[in-house]
Structure formats: C-alpha cells, structure tokens
Write a protein that binds this ligand. Sequence first.
Ligand SMILES: *[C@@H]1O[C@H](CO)[C@@H](O)[C@H](O)[C@H]1NC(C)=O
Ligand SMILES: *[C@@H]1O[C@H](CO)[C@@H](O)[C@H](O)[C@H]1NC(C)=O
Ligand SMILES: *[C@@H]1O[C@H](CO)[C@@H](O)[C@H](O)[C@H]1NC(C)=O
Ligand SMILES: *[C@@H]1O[C@H](CO)[C@@H](O)[C@H](O)[C@H]1NC(C)=O
Ligand SMILES: *[C@@H]1O[C@H](CO)[C@@H](O)[C@H](O)[C@H]1NC(C)=O
Ligand SMILES: *[C@@H]1O[C@H](CO)[C@@H](O)[C@H](O)[C@H]1NC(C)=O
Ligand SMILES: [Zn+2]
Length: 551
Amino acid sequence: MCIAKSDGSLAAAPPADKPQQQQSSQAKPSSSKRLLALACLLLLIAVITIVILLGLLASRSCDNGASESDGLQSRRSPKSLTRAVYLDESGKACQHQDIRLPKSLLPISYQLLVRPVLPSQGQKTSVNFGRVKMMLNCSRPTDAIIFHVGAGIRISDLTVTAAQRLDEVSRQRCPSLDLLYIRVSRQCTTGELLNVSLSFEREIEGDKLDGFYMAKYKDKNRALRYMASTHMEPPEMKATFDLEVIRDWRYKSLFNMPLARTVPDTRCSHLTNQSGCHRDIFQTSVVMSTYLVAYAVLPMDYVSLQKVVKTSRGSIQVGIWAPSSSQNQLDFAMSVTEKVLPYFEDLFNLSYPLPKLDMIGVPQFAAGAMENWGLIIYRFSTLLYDPNYTTTIDKQTIAEVISHEIAHQWFGNIVTMKWWDELWLNEAFAVFTQYIGVDAFKPGWSMMDRCYVEFVASALQTDSLLHSHPIIVPGLSDPNEIESMFDDISYFKGSALIRMLDAVIGRRTLKRGLIIYLNRFPCRNAASSDLFAAFSEVRWIRFLENRTYGS
Ligand SMILES: *[C@@H]1O[C@H](CO)[C@@H](O)[C@H](O)[C@H]1NC(C)=O
Ligand SMILES: *[C@@H]1O[C@H](CO)[C@@H](O)[C@H](O)[C@H]1NC(C)=O
Ligand SMILES: *[C@@H]1O[C@H](CO)[C@@H](O)[C@H](O)[C@H]1NC(C)=O
Ligand SMILES: *[C@@H]1O[C@H](CO)[C@@H](O)[C@H](O)[C@H]1NC(C)=O
Ligand SMILES: *[C@@H]1O[C@H](CO)[C@@H](O)[C@H](O)[C@H]1NC(C)=O
Ligand SMILES: *[C@@H]1O[C@H](CO)[C@@H](O)[C@H](O)[C@H]1NC(C)=O
Ligand SMILES: [Zn+2]
C-alpha cells in the first residue's frame, strides 16, 4: 500500500478499471509492490496543491460538537446556482474556472522546506518562509500548469524544469479560487516529469486558524509562549511529502512522519548566534492527500507522554503532547488510544501504516480536532483530562473525539473520498466507528445505546429543515459549497444511515463489507459506489438486495 510496515497485511489493490470480482488472481508478490506503487499514482485525482496554504475549508469540524451549525446557513441546490465567473487579481476572467484541477499533471512528490520565524517576546509579527519543489507527471499533453496557492501567500523564484527545455510564458493568479495558472512554452509529453519549485512567504497569523498559524498560551510562569501548527484543508490528491524545518534551539518540530535526523543550519536570520540553529529532516511520508499534511513547531515547554503501543500486527510509538503545566492530564488520552488503535487495526483487518502517532493539544484550534495522518491536533478541551475538574460528559467527549480521529486514520487517510461531495465516506464512518471504538474502550458506557440521542435525533432535526440536502451532493465545486458540506447531514444523517445498516445486516456483515472496502483502496480514493459494491460482495447483502427489490 502506501508503504511503511511490510508485514504483508495490505492486500494488493487491483487496478480501478478492472471489474471488482474476486481478488485472488493477483500479481505475483515480486511485482505486486510495483503494481501497488503504480496503482497509487494512477489514481491520484489531480488536485495539485502547495502545502502551505489555504483558508479554503477553514471551519471543517471533526468532532461532533464543534461548529456544526456553521454548515446550516447556505444550503441551496447546486443545480439551481448560476455560477459567477471567477476573476483574477486584475479583474480578468480566470483561465481555469474550476477549483478542481485538470488531471493532465499528476503530482508524485512534494519536498518542502520551512523556516517559521516566531515572534520573540513582545514582538507581534511572525513569518513562515519556505520553499517547495513539486514533481509532476504529465499524463496528458498540456501547456498549463495549475495548482493551488492560498491567498496571502507571496511567492517568488518560481522555476519549471524538465529534461527538455521549457519556459514560463505567462502567469495568472486567481485568489477567488486560490489558483496559480502558469502557461509554458510547449506542451509536455505523456510520461514526462516536470519539476516546479517556488519560494513562499506568509505572515503567520494568530487570529486566522488556517494554513500554518500561531497559537499562544501562558506557561507555568505565566509568560507568553508561542507555538505554531497547521490546519490545512485543500482538496484531494495523493503524493509523498518530505519536510525539513529550520528552527532555533528554543523549539522542537513535529511532522506526520518521525524525525530522521537533525543537522546544524545557518539560516535562522533572527539569531545572532547561529550555533543555536537547527534543521530537522523528517522521513518521507506515505502516499497521502495534502489536506492531511501537518507540522507543528512547539516551544521546549511542550512535553509528551510516550508509549509503544503493541498491536496484533506490530507496534506503534504513541505520543501525547501538551504544555508542561498539563503534564498530568495526558494519561486518559493515552489509555483511550492504546485501546482503540489496536482495536481498529483488528476491526478493519488493516495495519495502521505509520510507525508513530502523535497527538498534540493546542490552545487555539478551528475545529474540535483534525485527523492529520500521524499528527492529530486537538483543542486542549478535547484531549486533556483532569480528574479533579473534567466532568463525566466531557470525559466521554474526549474519548469520542480521540476515537473519531483514530477512525479517520482508516476512513479518510488510508481510503479517501474522491471528492468532497462524498464527504460522508470520511465523516459518517468516523462518527459511527467512534462509538464502536469507545464501546470497546468502556463497554459500561453503553455507547451504542447513546447513538440515537447523540446523532440520530440531531440528524432528523436538521433534515427536517428546508435547506437540508442529500448526503451526497454531486457537482460541488464552489469553495463555500464545499465548506457547507461539513454539516449535520454529512456527519449525522450519514452515520444514522450506517447505524440502520448495522442494525439490519448485523455487525459481522458490516465489518466484512468494510474490510473489503478498506483493503481494496489503500492509499487511493474511493466513491460511494465502491462502498456499495464492497457490501454487495458480502452474501447476506445480496440476499437483502433481492428481498428489497422483490425478486
Ligand atoms: C485479514 O487479512 C488477512 C491477510 O492480511 C487474511 O488472511 C484474513 O483472511 C483477513 N481476515 C478477514 C476477516 O478478512
Ligand atoms: C508517470 O505516469 C505514467 C502513466 O501516465 C507512468 O507510466 C509513469 O510510471 C509515471 N512516472 C513516474 C515517475 O511515476
Ligand atoms: C526533478 O527533481 C528530481 C528530484 O529532486 C531530480 O532527481 C530530477 O533530476 C529533477 N529533474 C529535472 C529535469 O530537473
Ligand atoms: C553560541 O552558542 C553556543 C552554544 O549554543 C556557545 O557555546 C557559544 O559560546 C555561543 N557563541 C557566542 C559568540 O555567543
Ligand atoms: C487532584 O487533586 C488532588 C488533591 O488536591 C491532588 O493531590 C492531585 O494531584 C490532583 N490530581 C491532578 C491530576 O491534578
Ligand atoms: C439474487 O438475485 C440474482 C438475480 O435474480 C441471483 O442471480 C442471485 O443468486 C440472488 N442472490 C441470492 C443470494 O439469492
Ligand atoms: Zn471527522
């Protein structure tokens, strides 16, 4: 699959265009790795995105409480919309009028170097400098290179290189779609590799909780400290990511993947003594979607509770991070994680593919939590548990949010929806399996009995409103429309539907269908029809289907 653990537990994925019958006649083991790598690449649905961005979907909510009501305002039927023409910075029509990128160039890898300059005490502004190099594979001849660049990012030193010469002819920036459109002097040839490099610079803002942002908190001595973390929300595409972070000795950095090594650097412009300047180099990521890329730069005051969690398939290094003043509030999160993570591996018959899982509590965060692969970010209130102060209901919420985010490591991270119109494939499954996970953690809490009051009822309520919408809304393209998908319908009506399915076909059959679905599309994108096809392969459902249609 996406790589990492080689315990052979990930079944080879058949090419998507093959009819999905029995999977037994696979490629031989020797060639299956190549086949897998290929399958991963072929299926990238090319939304090429620079990693440092993007206020696009800022109010994405990942716990079941937060900001659900935001989604309720602007529901219209997309079909009835007459679309505006998107304009560039100078008022001309954008040459590419769609937030979805063409599939003519598919990203293979991103190499990212960042140098966040966080403010020293008293000083307000801070800037994130960096450079990104994207390797793109030409799948259809085109002379247009199009990718996302978030508003507020200044770019410079843009170069496009290929084996044969190719020059930039014109450039257009479309802030309304967060797009950069580059026309080059000739069409690429199929299979040709293009390297696009650019430098970027963006103010790190504390009040806008998107892109790479800064949060502050008071430490034990009540001094103001700064940390920065990401909350990135661009649409789908999959590639590998390499990250290097230049930081001074007062910070440490975290990424989706473990640190490979730290070397001395001399580019800490704010330091007079460069011997305190370091560059953290991280391991190359698995093939993943950009919206899951995350890194955090934490003050040394941050501490972690570390544990090697043993599962039936191996072991995972789990770290729970918080400021030192909250050091004694990390145990509960660890006890949930060490139970739920191995439980989900067995439930889905699929290994957690990364060597580590870090969870960070941050002071200011747009959603309840975000499921970045291997680096889940929480608000303090959804991670930290203090037996002396936390109420019982909050304790349950913490367990649910953690279980939800861990469920996303499969639903969303390993198998990702093709496009945001099928968000329920991520969110509804994460909501439903969050209950299954907490139920395994604390059977005495009777989690499955709480589903009705906790999400079915709110789904019914929202669904009774005029602006309700189907669970799947085909044809979504406007960023605001996408944002409004993060609502009760995707989360709760979707999970109510899965709950009904669970009740009708039984947990064992549900589980078998999910195993087929998840194991068929590792590190790829799937649609609802793929899910239904997986369920249809479980015999019981065929029987049910025949009954339903009266045959
Ligand atoms: C789980 O996966 C293994 C191979 O990785 C397979 O042999 C086994 O049958 C699977 N179990 C279920 C319940 O699908
Ligand atoms: C580029 O894509 C083509 C198919 O379009 C594939 O055969 C080739 O292996 C890809 N190149 C790389 C380096 O992934
Ligand atoms: C593109 O980048 C890759 C990896 O950094 C490098 O190996 C390759 O030589 C570059 N190709 C061109 C044409 O610059
Ligand atoms: C720079 O910092 C190092 C330790 O980080 C210290 O040993 C050295 O003396 C410092 N140099 C100056 C000029 O302050
Ligand atoms: C809870 O309060 C007791 C008594 O004040 C104290 O000993 C204990 O350390 C506190 N527990 C935590 C986790 O803060
Ligand atoms: C369902 O109906 C189809 C077509 O009539 C038939 O081929 C299939 O065997 C039936 N499945 C079951 C489980 O009865
Ligand atoms: Zn979620």
